[in-house]
Design a binder for this molecule. Structure first.
Ligand code: DOR
Ligand code: ZN
Length: 451
Protein backbone atom coordinates (compact mmCIF):
# COMPACT_ATOMS: atom_id res chain seq x y z
CA UNK A 1 0.00 0.00 0.00
CA UNK A 2 1.27 3.45 -0.81
CA UNK A 3 0.34 6.74 0.75
CA UNK A 4 -1.84 7.48 -2.27
CA UNK A 5 -4.12 4.60 -1.33
CA UNK A 6 -5.10 5.89 2.05
CA UNK A 7 -4.83 9.62 2.52
CA UNK A 8 -8.22 10.95 3.32
CA UNK A 9 -8.01 13.27 0.36
CA UNK A 10 -5.57 15.19 -1.81
CA UNK A 11 -1.86 14.95 -2.09
CA UNK A 12 -0.90 16.26 1.34
CA UNK A 13 -1.96 13.68 3.94
CA UNK A 14 1.53 13.42 5.37
CA UNK A 15 3.09 10.23 6.58
CA UNK A 16 5.96 10.16 9.02
CA UNK A 17 9.01 8.67 7.34
CA UNK A 18 11.09 6.13 9.24
CA UNK A 19 10.19 3.48 11.81
CA UNK A 20 8.13 3.64 14.96
CA UNK A 21 7.91 0.77 17.44
CA UNK A 22 5.08 0.32 19.95
CA UNK A 23 6.37 -2.15 22.52
CA UNK A 24 4.05 -4.18 24.79
CA UNK A 25 0.60 -3.24 23.56
CA UNK A 26 -2.46 -5.44 23.70
CA UNK A 27 -4.43 -5.30 20.44
CA UNK A 28 -8.00 -4.32 21.31
CA UNK A 29 -7.06 -5.13 24.91
CA UNK A 30 -6.94 -8.82 24.05
CA UNK A 31 -4.28 -11.52 24.41
CA UNK A 32 -0.62 -11.13 25.30
CA UNK A 33 1.27 -7.88 24.75
CA UNK A 34 2.97 -7.62 21.36
CA UNK A 35 5.33 -5.21 19.64
CA UNK A 36 3.92 -3.32 16.66
CA UNK A 37 6.30 -2.00 14.03
CA UNK A 38 5.38 0.88 11.76
CA UNK A 39 7.35 1.93 8.71
CA UNK A 40 6.69 5.10 6.72
CA UNK A 41 3.23 5.40 8.22
CA UNK A 42 2.13 1.82 7.58
CA UNK A 43 1.87 -1.11 10.01
CA UNK A 44 4.48 -3.67 8.91
CA UNK A 45 4.46 -6.13 11.82
CA UNK A 46 2.24 -7.09 14.75
CA UNK A 47 4.76 -9.46 16.29
CA UNK A 48 8.05 -7.66 15.91
CA UNK A 49 11.02 -8.33 18.14
CA UNK A 50 10.74 -5.97 21.11
CA UNK A 51 14.41 -5.14 20.63
CA UNK A 52 14.05 -4.43 16.90
CA UNK A 53 15.77 -1.29 15.64
CA UNK A 54 13.48 1.69 15.27
CA UNK A 55 13.80 5.45 14.93
CA UNK A 56 11.27 6.03 17.71
CA UNK A 57 9.98 3.71 20.45
CA UNK A 58 6.95 3.93 22.70
CA UNK A 59 6.63 1.70 25.76
CA UNK A 60 3.01 0.55 25.69
CA UNK A 61 3.23 -0.95 29.22
CA UNK A 62 0.73 -3.66 28.35
CA UNK A 63 -1.99 -1.10 27.60
CA UNK A 64 -4.81 -1.30 25.06
CA UNK A 65 -4.10 -0.57 21.38
CA UNK A 66 -7.09 0.70 19.41
CA UNK A 67 -7.52 2.05 15.90
CA UNK A 68 -7.33 5.87 15.97
CA UNK A 69 -10.71 7.27 17.00
CA UNK A 70 -12.92 9.12 14.51
CA UNK A 71 -15.31 11.89 15.58
CA UNK A 72 -17.84 12.91 12.95
CA UNK A 73 -19.18 15.87 14.93
CA UNK A 74 -16.99 18.60 16.40
CA UNK A 75 -16.90 22.41 16.29
CA UNK A 76 -13.39 23.84 15.90
CA UNK A 77 -14.49 27.49 15.55
CA UNK A 78 -12.04 28.39 12.79
CA UNK A 79 -12.72 30.60 10.92
CA UNK A 80 -14.33 33.24 13.09
CA UNK A 81 -13.95 32.36 16.76
CA UNK A 82 -10.27 31.50 17.00
CA UNK A 83 -10.34 32.93 20.52
CA UNK A 84 -12.19 29.77 21.63
CA UNK A 85 -10.65 27.05 19.39
CA UNK A 86 -8.52 26.80 16.27
CA UNK A 87 -7.75 24.00 13.86
CA UNK A 88 -4.46 23.52 15.74
CA UNK A 89 -5.80 23.57 19.32
CA UNK A 90 -8.80 21.46 18.28
CA UNK A 91 -6.42 18.98 16.64
CA UNK A 92 -4.37 18.86 19.83
CA UNK A 93 -7.51 18.23 21.92
CA UNK A 94 -8.44 15.50 19.44
CA UNK A 95 -5.01 13.82 19.57
CA UNK A 96 -5.09 13.97 23.38
CA UNK A 97 -8.48 12.27 23.26
CA UNK A 98 -7.19 9.49 20.98
CA UNK A 99 -8.63 10.82 17.70
CA UNK A 100 -6.90 10.67 14.34
CA UNK A 101 -9.77 12.16 12.29
CA UNK A 102 -12.48 14.66 13.13
CA UNK A 103 -15.24 16.29 11.10
CA UNK A 104 -15.76 19.93 11.93
CA UNK A 105 -19.16 21.54 11.61
CA UNK A 106 -20.10 24.30 9.21
CA UNK A 107 -21.38 26.87 11.74
CA UNK A 108 -18.21 28.91 11.56
CA UNK A 109 -17.97 32.62 10.67
CA UNK A 110 -18.12 32.79 7.71
CA UNK A 111 -20.19 29.65 7.35
CA UNK A 112 -18.49 26.72 5.60
CA UNK A 113 -20.68 27.00 2.54
CA UNK A 114 -18.05 27.40 -0.18
CA UNK A 115 -15.12 25.30 -1.38
CA UNK A 116 -12.51 27.93 -0.52
CA UNK A 117 -13.48 27.95 3.16
CA UNK A 118 -13.56 24.17 3.37
CA UNK A 119 -10.19 23.95 1.62
CA UNK A 120 -8.59 26.40 4.00
CA UNK A 121 -9.74 24.32 7.00
CA UNK A 122 -8.58 21.06 5.44
CA UNK A 123 -5.17 22.45 4.47
CA UNK A 124 -4.56 24.00 7.88
CA UNK A 125 -5.25 20.63 9.47
CA UNK A 126 -2.91 18.87 7.07
CA UNK A 127 -0.11 21.36 7.64
CA UNK A 128 -0.40 20.94 11.39
CA UNK A 129 -0.51 17.14 10.89
CA UNK A 130 -1.90 16.44 14.37
CA UNK A 131 -5.28 15.10 13.26
CA UNK A 132 -7.08 14.88 9.92
CA UNK A 133 -9.61 17.72 10.11
CA UNK A 134 -12.43 17.25 7.61
CA UNK A 135 -14.67 20.22 7.01
CA UNK A 136 -18.40 19.59 6.90
CA UNK A 137 -20.17 21.78 4.35
CA UNK A 138 -23.38 23.54 5.24
CA UNK A 139 -26.57 22.30 3.59
CA UNK A 140 -27.92 25.81 3.08
CA UNK A 141 -26.11 29.06 2.29
CA UNK A 142 -25.19 30.94 5.43
CA UNK A 143 -27.19 28.35 7.43
CA UNK A 144 -30.16 30.37 6.29
CA UNK A 145 -32.33 27.33 5.64
CA UNK A 146 -33.45 28.63 2.24
CA UNK A 147 -30.94 28.02 -0.53
CA UNK A 148 -28.85 24.88 -1.00
CA UNK A 149 -25.07 25.16 -1.21
CA UNK A 150 -23.03 23.65 -4.06
CA UNK A 151 -22.53 20.13 -2.68
CA UNK A 152 -20.79 19.04 -5.87
CA UNK A 153 -18.23 21.83 -5.87
CA UNK A 154 -17.35 21.21 -2.24
CA UNK A 155 -17.24 17.44 -2.75
CA UNK A 156 -14.86 17.86 -5.68
CA UNK A 157 -12.71 20.52 -4.01
CA UNK A 158 -9.34 19.77 -2.45
CA UNK A 159 -11.18 19.30 0.85
CA UNK A 160 -13.25 16.46 -0.64
CA UNK A 161 -16.23 17.37 1.54
CA UNK A 162 -18.22 14.18 2.12
CA UNK A 163 -20.69 15.35 4.73
CA UNK A 164 -23.08 18.30 4.92
CA UNK A 165 -24.97 19.70 7.88
CA UNK A 166 -26.54 22.91 9.15
CA UNK A 167 -25.84 21.67 12.69
CA UNK A 168 -26.61 24.22 15.35
CA UNK A 169 -29.70 24.79 13.26
CA UNK A 170 -32.23 22.37 11.82
CA UNK A 171 -33.08 22.19 8.13
CA UNK A 172 -36.69 22.62 9.17
CA UNK A 173 -38.29 23.36 5.79
CA UNK A 174 -39.33 19.93 4.53
CA UNK A 175 -39.13 20.93 0.89
CA UNK A 176 -35.54 22.16 1.30
CA UNK A 177 -34.64 18.93 3.10
CA UNK A 178 -36.22 16.90 0.34
CA UNK A 179 -34.27 18.78 -2.34
CA UNK A 180 -31.08 18.42 -0.28
CA UNK A 181 -31.60 14.66 -0.09
CA UNK A 182 -32.15 14.43 -3.83
CA UNK A 183 -29.06 16.52 -4.57
CA UNK A 184 -26.92 14.68 -2.01
CA UNK A 185 -27.88 11.36 -3.54
CA UNK A 186 -26.39 12.33 -6.88
CA UNK A 187 -23.14 13.37 -5.20
CA UNK A 188 -23.07 10.41 -2.80
CA UNK A 189 -22.57 12.64 0.22
CA UNK A 190 -24.03 12.30 3.70
CA UNK A 191 -26.54 14.73 5.18
CA UNK A 192 -26.45 15.10 8.95
CA UNK A 193 -29.48 16.66 10.58
CA UNK A 194 -29.67 18.68 13.79
CA UNK A 195 -33.19 17.54 14.61
CA UNK A 196 -35.01 20.45 16.24
CA UNK A 197 -38.37 21.77 15.14
CA UNK A 198 -37.71 25.46 15.84
CA UNK A 199 -41.32 26.42 16.49
CA UNK A 200 -41.35 24.00 19.43
CA UNK A 201 -38.13 25.31 20.96
CA UNK A 202 -38.55 29.08 20.78
CA UNK A 203 -36.88 30.48 23.89
CA UNK A 204 -36.13 27.00 25.25
CA UNK A 205 -33.03 26.47 27.35
CA UNK A 206 -33.55 23.11 29.10
CA UNK A 207 -35.30 19.78 28.64
CA UNK A 208 -39.06 20.16 29.08
CA UNK A 209 -39.76 18.20 32.25
CA UNK A 210 -40.02 18.36 36.00
CA UNK A 211 -36.59 19.90 36.54
CA UNK A 212 -37.11 22.77 34.09
CA UNK A 213 -40.55 23.38 35.56
CA UNK A 214 -39.15 23.55 39.11
CA UNK A 215 -36.28 25.79 38.10
CA UNK A 216 -38.42 28.10 36.02
CA UNK A 217 -36.57 27.36 32.77
CA UNK A 218 -38.32 27.30 29.38
CA UNK A 219 -38.59 23.69 28.17
CA UNK A 220 -37.35 22.01 24.96
CA UNK A 221 -39.75 19.11 24.39
CA UNK A 222 -38.67 15.71 23.12
CA UNK A 223 -41.20 16.07 20.30
CA UNK A 224 -39.12 18.90 18.82
CA UNK A 225 -36.37 16.38 18.09
CA UNK A 226 -38.51 13.35 17.38
CA UNK A 227 -40.84 15.01 14.89
CA UNK A 228 -37.85 15.89 12.69
CA UNK A 229 -36.30 12.42 13.05
CA UNK A 230 -39.62 10.91 11.94
CA UNK A 231 -40.02 13.34 9.04
CA UNK A 232 -36.47 12.80 7.81
CA UNK A 233 -36.90 9.02 7.97
CA UNK A 234 -39.90 9.34 5.67
CA UNK A 235 -38.05 11.69 3.31
CA UNK A 236 -35.06 9.34 3.23
CA UNK A 237 -37.42 6.48 2.46
CA UNK A 238 -39.06 8.26 -0.47
CA UNK A 239 -36.07 10.12 -1.89
CA UNK A 240 -33.67 7.31 -1.23
CA UNK A 241 -30.65 8.92 0.32
CA UNK A 242 -28.76 8.45 3.54
CA UNK A 243 -29.61 10.70 6.45
CA UNK A 244 -27.71 10.85 9.71
CA UNK A 245 -29.23 11.96 13.01
CA UNK A 246 -26.88 14.19 15.00
CA UNK A 247 -26.80 13.89 18.80
CA UNK A 248 -29.90 11.70 19.35
CA UNK A 249 -31.06 12.50 22.87
CA UNK A 250 -34.42 10.87 23.60
CA UNK A 251 -35.99 7.47 24.09
CA UNK A 252 -38.41 8.33 21.29
CA UNK A 253 -35.60 9.09 18.84
CA UNK A 254 -34.16 5.65 19.58
CA UNK A 255 -37.52 4.07 18.81
CA UNK A 256 -37.85 6.02 15.56
CA UNK A 257 -34.35 5.14 14.35
CA UNK A 258 -35.04 1.50 15.20
CA UNK A 259 -38.25 1.66 13.18
CA UNK A 260 -36.51 3.35 10.24
CA UNK A 261 -33.75 0.75 10.17
CA UNK A 262 -36.30 -2.06 10.33
CA UNK A 263 -37.93 -0.57 7.20
CA UNK A 264 -34.58 -0.57 5.42
CA UNK A 265 -34.41 3.24 5.44
CA UNK A 266 -30.76 4.37 5.19
CA UNK A 267 -30.78 6.27 8.48
CA UNK A 268 -27.83 6.33 10.89
CA UNK A 269 -27.50 8.02 14.28
CA UNK A 270 -24.93 9.18 16.77
CA UNK A 271 -25.04 9.85 20.50
CA UNK A 272 -22.84 12.15 22.55
CA UNK A 273 -21.01 11.12 25.72
CA UNK A 274 -22.92 13.81 27.65
CA UNK A 275 -26.31 12.46 26.62
CA UNK A 276 -25.16 8.98 27.66
CA UNK A 277 -23.87 10.09 31.06
CA UNK A 278 -25.62 13.24 32.30
CA UNK A 279 -29.23 14.16 33.04
CA UNK A 280 -31.11 17.41 33.62
CA UNK A 281 -30.69 16.82 37.38
CA UNK A 282 -27.39 18.66 36.87
CA UNK A 283 -29.32 21.86 36.17
CA UNK A 284 -30.15 22.36 39.85
CA UNK A 285 -26.91 24.34 40.15
CA UNK A 286 -28.03 26.67 37.34
CA UNK A 287 -24.49 26.24 36.04
CA UNK A 288 -24.29 27.35 32.40
CA UNK A 289 -21.77 24.56 31.69
CA UNK A 290 -24.73 22.19 31.51
CA UNK A 291 -26.56 24.10 28.84
CA UNK A 292 -26.40 22.21 25.56
CA UNK A 293 -28.50 21.58 22.45
CA UNK A 294 -30.28 19.22 22.48
CA UNK A 295 -30.57 19.55 26.26
CA UNK A 296 -29.61 16.97 28.86
CA UNK A 297 -32.67 14.75 29.26
CA UNK A 298 -33.93 12.32 31.91
CA UNK A 299 -32.59 9.04 33.21
CA UNK A 300 -34.75 6.83 31.01
CA UNK A 301 -33.39 8.62 27.97
CA UNK A 302 -29.78 7.95 28.99
CA UNK A 303 -30.60 4.29 29.60
CA UNK A 304 -32.37 3.92 26.25
CA UNK A 305 -29.44 5.60 24.49
CA UNK A 306 -26.93 3.27 26.15
CA UNK A 307 -28.94 0.19 25.17
CA UNK A 308 -29.34 1.51 21.63
CA UNK A 309 -25.61 2.06 21.25
CA UNK A 310 -25.00 -1.47 22.49
CA UNK A 311 -27.52 -3.09 20.15
CA UNK A 312 -26.47 -1.03 17.10
CA UNK A 313 -29.66 1.02 16.76
CA UNK A 314 -27.42 4.00 17.38
CA UNK A 315 -24.36 3.56 15.24
CA UNK A 316 -21.65 5.54 16.93
CA UNK A 317 -20.45 8.03 19.49
CA UNK A 318 -19.74 11.60 18.40
CA UNK A 319 -18.71 14.28 20.85
CA UNK A 320 -20.33 17.49 19.58
CA UNK A 321 -17.21 19.14 21.05
CA UNK A 322 -18.42 22.75 21.32
CA UNK A 323 -15.87 25.17 22.76
CA UNK A 324 -17.10 28.45 24.23
CA UNK A 325 -15.32 31.23 26.09
CA UNK A 326 -15.92 31.75 29.81
CA UNK A 327 -17.74 35.00 29.05
CA UNK A 328 -20.25 32.88 27.13
CA UNK A 329 -20.63 30.10 29.73
CA UNK A 330 -20.08 31.65 33.16
CA UNK A 331 -23.28 33.71 32.99
CA UNK A 332 -26.92 33.19 34.01
CA UNK A 333 -28.15 29.84 32.70
CA UNK A 334 -30.50 31.29 30.12
CA UNK A 335 -27.76 33.49 28.67
CA UNK A 336 -25.13 30.74 28.53
CA UNK A 337 -24.31 29.52 25.02
CA UNK A 338 -25.25 25.89 24.45
CA UNK A 339 -22.38 23.43 24.08
CA UNK A 340 -19.68 21.57 25.98
CA UNK A 341 -16.18 20.26 25.34
CA UNK A 342 -16.01 16.57 24.52
CA UNK A 343 -12.86 15.47 22.70
CA UNK A 344 -10.63 14.88 25.72
CA UNK A 345 -13.15 13.04 27.90
CA UNK A 346 -15.19 10.93 25.47
CA UNK A 347 -13.14 7.74 25.52
CA UNK A 348 -13.00 7.78 29.33
CA UNK A 349 -16.78 8.14 29.55
CA UNK A 350 -17.48 5.36 27.08
CA UNK A 351 -14.99 3.11 28.90
CA UNK A 352 -16.58 3.93 32.26
CA UNK A 353 -20.14 3.26 31.09
CA UNK A 354 -19.53 0.17 29.01
CA UNK A 355 -16.14 -1.47 29.60
CA UNK A 356 -15.77 -0.98 33.37
CA UNK A 357 -19.34 -2.25 33.85
CA UNK A 358 -18.64 -5.35 31.73
CA UNK A 359 -21.35 -4.44 29.22
CA UNK A 360 -18.89 -4.30 26.31
CA UNK A 361 -15.23 -4.82 25.47
CA UNK A 362 -12.54 -2.72 23.79
CA UNK A 363 -13.28 -4.24 20.40
CA UNK A 364 -16.75 -2.76 20.68
CA UNK A 365 -15.28 0.61 21.66
CA UNK A 366 -13.19 0.43 18.47
CA UNK A 367 -16.41 -0.21 16.57
CA UNK A 368 -18.50 2.68 17.93
CA UNK A 369 -15.71 5.24 18.18
CA UNK A 370 -13.63 4.43 15.10
CA UNK A 371 -14.88 1.85 12.60
CA UNK A 372 -18.57 2.74 12.38
CA UNK A 373 -18.10 6.53 12.22
CA UNK A 374 -15.49 6.12 9.45
CA UNK A 375 -17.89 3.82 7.59
CA UNK A 376 -20.83 6.23 7.91
CA UNK A 377 -18.88 9.02 6.20
CA UNK A 378 -17.05 6.57 3.90
CA UNK A 379 -13.69 7.83 5.08
CA UNK A 380 -10.75 5.86 3.75
CA UNK A 381 -7.67 5.23 5.88
CA UNK A 382 -9.32 5.52 9.30
CA UNK A 383 -11.42 3.10 11.34
CA UNK A 384 -9.46 0.28 9.73
CA UNK A 385 -8.53 -3.01 11.39
CA UNK A 386 -5.21 -3.12 13.20
CA UNK A 387 -3.42 -5.24 10.61
CA UNK A 388 -0.24 -5.40 8.55
CA UNK A 389 -0.48 -3.14 5.49
CA UNK A 390 -2.95 -0.75 7.11
CA UNK A 391 -2.20 2.93 7.76
CA UNK A 392 -0.84 3.43 11.27
CA UNK A 393 -3.69 5.47 12.75
CA UNK A 394 -3.68 4.19 16.29
CA UNK A 395 -4.18 5.09 19.92
CA UNK A 396 -2.94 3.55 23.15
CA UNK A 397 -5.22 3.63 26.19
CA UNK A 398 -4.22 3.01 29.79
CA UNK A 399 -7.42 1.47 31.16
CA UNK A 400 -6.40 1.68 34.80
CA UNK A 401 -5.12 5.20 35.26
CA UNK A 402 -6.86 7.55 37.68
CA UNK A 403 -7.22 11.11 36.51
CA UNK A 404 -9.39 14.11 37.16
CA UNK A 405 -10.95 16.19 34.40
CA UNK A 406 -10.03 19.87 34.63
CA UNK A 407 -10.94 22.46 32.02
CA UNK A 408 -7.72 24.33 32.71
CA UNK A 409 -5.63 21.24 31.92
CA UNK A 410 -7.22 20.61 28.55
CA UNK A 411 -5.45 21.07 25.25
CA UNK A 412 -8.56 22.75 23.95
CA UNK A 413 -8.37 26.54 24.00
CA UNK A 414 -11.70 26.62 25.85
CA UNK A 415 -12.40 25.23 29.31
CA UNK A 416 -16.14 24.56 29.22
CA UNK A 417 -16.16 20.99 30.39
CA UNK A 418 -19.23 19.72 32.27
CA UNK A 419 -16.99 17.11 33.93
CA UNK A 420 -14.87 19.51 36.01
CA UNK A 421 -13.46 17.59 38.99
CA UNK A 422 -14.85 14.23 37.88
CA UNK A 423 -12.56 11.23 38.18
CA UNK A 424 -12.06 8.84 35.30
CA UNK A 425 -9.90 5.80 34.76
CA UNK A 426 -9.28 5.18 31.04
CA UNK A 427 -6.67 7.61 29.72
CA UNK A 428 -5.18 8.03 26.28
CA UNK A 429 -1.39 7.96 26.53
CA UNK A 430 -0.30 7.86 22.89
CA UNK A 431 -1.83 8.68 19.52
CA UNK A 432 -0.30 7.94 16.13
CA UNK A 433 -1.34 9.57 12.84
CA UNK A 434 0.17 7.74 9.84
CA UNK A 435 3.27 6.97 11.88
CA UNK A 436 3.57 10.41 13.45
CA UNK A 437 3.34 10.59 17.26
CA UNK A 438 0.59 13.15 17.77
CA UNK A 439 0.28 12.53 21.50
CA UNK A 440 2.96 11.16 23.84
CA UNK A 441 2.33 10.53 27.55
CA UNK A 442 -0.89 12.50 27.26
CA UNK A 443 0.85 15.52 25.73
CA UNK A 444 -0.25 16.49 22.21
CA UNK A 445 2.27 17.28 19.47
CA UNK A 446 3.06 20.73 18.17
CA UNK A 447 2.06 21.57 14.59
CA UNK A 448 4.45 20.21 11.99
CA UNK A 449 4.34 23.45 10.03
CA UNK A 450 3.15 26.88 11.01
CA UNK A 451 0.17 27.94 8.93
O1 DOR B 1 -24.88 22.60 22.15
C1 DOR B 1 -24.65 22.84 20.99
N1 DOR B 1 -23.62 23.63 20.62
N2 DOR B 1 -25.43 22.32 20.05
C2 DOR B 1 -25.32 22.65 18.76
O2 DOR B 1 -26.07 22.15 17.97
C3 DOR B 1 -24.34 23.67 18.33
C4 DOR B 1 -23.22 23.74 19.26
C5 DOR B 1 -22.34 24.93 19.06
O3 DOR B 1 -22.00 25.25 17.92
O4 DOR B 1 -21.91 25.53 20.06
ZN1 ZN C 1 -22.95 20.29 17.02
Amino acid sequence: MTNADFPATGPLAPVEAGTLKLVDVRLYGEGDPVTVLIEDGVIVSLDADRDAEADRTVDGRGHVLLPGLVDIHVHLREPGREDTETIVTGSQAAAKGGFTAVFTMANTMPVMDQPVIAESVWLKGQHAAICDVHPIGSITKGLGGKELTEFGMMANSQARVRMFSDDGKCVDDPQIMRRALEYAKGQDVLLAQHAEEPRLTEGSVAHEGETAAKLGLRGWPRAAEESIVARDALLARDYGNRVHVCHASTTGSVELVKWAKAQGIPMTAEVTPHHLLLTDEKLHTYDGQYRVNPPLREEHDTLALRDALLDGTIDCVATDHAPHGSEEKCVEFEYAKPGMLGLETSLAIVAELFVATGRADWRWVAKVMSERPAEIVRLPGHGRPIAVGEPANLTIVDPGSTWTARGADMASKAENTPYEGMEFSAKVTTTVLRGRLTCVDGVPAEPREEN
